[in-house]
Design a protein around this ligand. Sequence first.
Ligand SMILES: *Cc1c(COP(=O)(O)O)cnc(C)c1O
Length: 426
Amino acid sequence: MDNHIDTICVQGGWQPENGGPRQLPVYQSTTFKYATSQQMADLFDLKATGYFYTRLQNPTNDEVAKKIAQLEGGVAAMLTSSGQAASFFSVFNVCEAGDHFISCSSIYGGTFNLFAITMKKLGIECTFVDQTAPAEEIAKAFRPNTKCVFGETVANPAGFILDIEKMANLAHSHGVPLIVDNTFATPVLCRPFQFGADIVVHSTTKYMDGHGCGVGGVIVDSGNFDWEKHPDRFPGLTQPDPSYHGLAYTKAFGKGAYITKATAQLMRDLGSIQSPQNAFLLNLGLESLHLRMPRHCSNALAAAKFLRQHPKVAWVHFAGLEDDPEYPLVQKQFSGGIPCGVLTFGIKGGREQSIKFMDALRLVSIVTHVADARSCVLHPASHTHRQLTDEQLRDAGIPPDLIRFSLGIEDPRDIIADLEQALEKV
Ligand SMILES: *Cc1c(COP(=O)(O)O)cnc(C)c1O
């Protein structure tokens, strides 16, 4: 389907047959029935396509994955139970014990722990690089056993913008793919494949769901990375898989190799499937994503402008502001010229005043969540990064007074009135 993004949000994926249900049905079934034993055997051998067990594939999930693949402009996608599972599978699909990969250091805290600590226990080493460093500097991190590069379009919570083209060129000149976490931008604002990214992951828990009702994730493949060009570097994709009687994914599935391997091997063995019910809710969220994103963005810009002129506010960071150093990059990569609806700021007087301000908010709520229809705030120093000292916080790029502010889709006048009354109390 060659429709525009807005139309794909509404009508991508599920296509009913004549007389079929207009809305995507929820296939709330663990298993699927066949007439002969041979038919089922062919499915197990990946010789035929079809459903047999929901841990591997489910029709509801597949229709939602198809819509997201269309939104990103990719060839195939797979839903996962969470964004964490999507990030892990995306890297683990090309890395095994003894391998190495590179990640931007400015990424979501959960992903940082996964890469720095948990994957190290599996024998996979990650080098973190400063994404703003010159390309020659970042190039020094590559090793002969490097298998991919990972970054976030808009870093959570720091708000820094990834120069996707620069990172893609670096990855490709070293014969490896670039994986981009596009959670905060969504394909409505930025489509990383246009700038050279090869794989995209999302925590669908955030804007895609949009209503805070289901934890989920997705991996999308552009189909552009040529694994066969480096057969020795990616043996899992190009060499026979002993768990599938010697089938080689690139030879059997071409551009579908990466997602087929992630489904047939990783999902089969690690089992992090999204429930069909959650996939249905995710699809409902996607139907209005194109309407919600511009409102999240305009609310964030209005709040950023209000906060930066307020005498009690120490600083505001939002790359959608014209004088932000990353503003030109935002204009290049993001349709509408605003990166997302999340900004960060600090209150004069430091940590205590930031906390006092948050406690005084009425409409804007304190939650761990972000990128929701309802405006919300979080204080990383007291919540997600509570175990760190003030010095460690600064090293992690998180000032002790930093408030992460996620703008919802309410009337901006009510949000700003709430900020105003809370600022009066500090
Ligand atoms: C929340 C988040 C994740 C993790 O997703 P979950 O759905 O919570 O597992 C990954 N990346 C980014 C950018 C996120 O904001």
